[in-house]
Design a protein around this ligand. Sequence first.
Ligand SMILES: *Cc1c(COP(=O)(O)O)cnc(C)c1O
Length: 426
Amino acid sequence: MQPEDLKFDYEHIWHPYSSMQAPSPVFPVVSAEGVRLRLNDGRELIDGMASWWSAIHGYNHPVLNQAAKAQIDKMAHVMFGGLTHPPAIALAQKLVALTPTALQTVFFSDSGSVSVEVAIKMALQYWHARGKSEKHRLISLRRGYHGDTFAAMSVCDPVTGMHQLFQRNLHAQIFLPEPKTPFGEALWPEDREALENLLAAHHQEAAALILEPIVQGAGGMRFYSASYLGYARQLCDQYDILLIADEIATGFGRTGKLFACEHADITPDILCLGKALTGGYMTLAATLTTQSIAQTLSSGEAGCFMHGPTFMGNPLACAVACASLDLLLQSDWQARIAQLQQGLERGLAPARAYTGVADVRCLGAIGVIELKQAVNLPQLQPKFVEAGVWVRPFGKLVYVMPPYIISDEDLSQLCQTICQVVHDWA
Ligand SMILES: *Cc1c(COP(=O)(O)O)cnc(C)c1O
């Protein structure tokens, strides 16, 4: 990679949430292996992000590479309209088997945001088919994050989701305060009342309640009580509101359960999966629902479900996803995640004493340092890189969710480095 390539990138390529006026620095990465990202200049960084929750088995994994190679020699892609293929069938079988029993149908799509669009559309078509099209609004939680497309954005936190900016193009949804009851505690009265009052007031117009179970990710890395989730399920049943669980970030073991809904032992009506589904190899998402919802919405006016992406069920992605799920399930992932939680707790604990730190919290393979002030990312990011780790803070949050395969030494090195950088910063 030449300096002029980076100049081209700077002038012509958008990065996530980037500005073309003042782009923050990007670091050229040329390869990755295990938990290490190799930069253009030869430096290696310990990866704390798993490429935003997805690379659970680390990079350049021989088993996943082999799955991709084997599939690409058969076919990389074929349309899913009127055709089907072994990788999609095998993956759907695995997903149906792994998720709660009632979730029996699978809709494959390209990305997490699209799987949320699909989930919302399923809920709307379901009520339409039941002759209750007045149930057309979504209930969502403040501090939630569900993706960047328009329907997904409409259920994101109104402040961080920039509802003001897009006001004219976003549906006005109904917002619950963010859950206050911490993980591990019995439901606080204020959360109970907020749920009860809002669902009682809006059930006639509410199609579904959408939430990220247990962990609110990009909206604040907040961990909340399983009893909140349990009570939300109970009220949704009582008021005939569908429950959509967005497990795009939490799915596949990250919180210590295979799916975060298991903390409350509930089954959502609709489930969104993405991110770690392919072990971070490529983009793929899935929306699962029950036979009853699938049958009902299919019997409606349209006579079908109105969605069908060009790259639906991409064979290459499905083949790698199958291999990734096998790898996960063949490992002792529960013990691994428990060990990672201990390592993160131990490693990040020193930060509790720093003056600039508001909170340190860990759940499963997620570790969070919440600062009192928002970080200056363009200034802080290079300090982590100079110190040999890849961490990408946002707002007041410095957080990690490393690949599950990280060694004890690398994890403690990662945590030590983060603490050191945060200490010098805050
Ligand atoms: C990342 C994420 C999304 C969006 O997924 P994309 O693949 O980025 O579109 C939706 N919901 C949650 C909870 C996420 O973490």
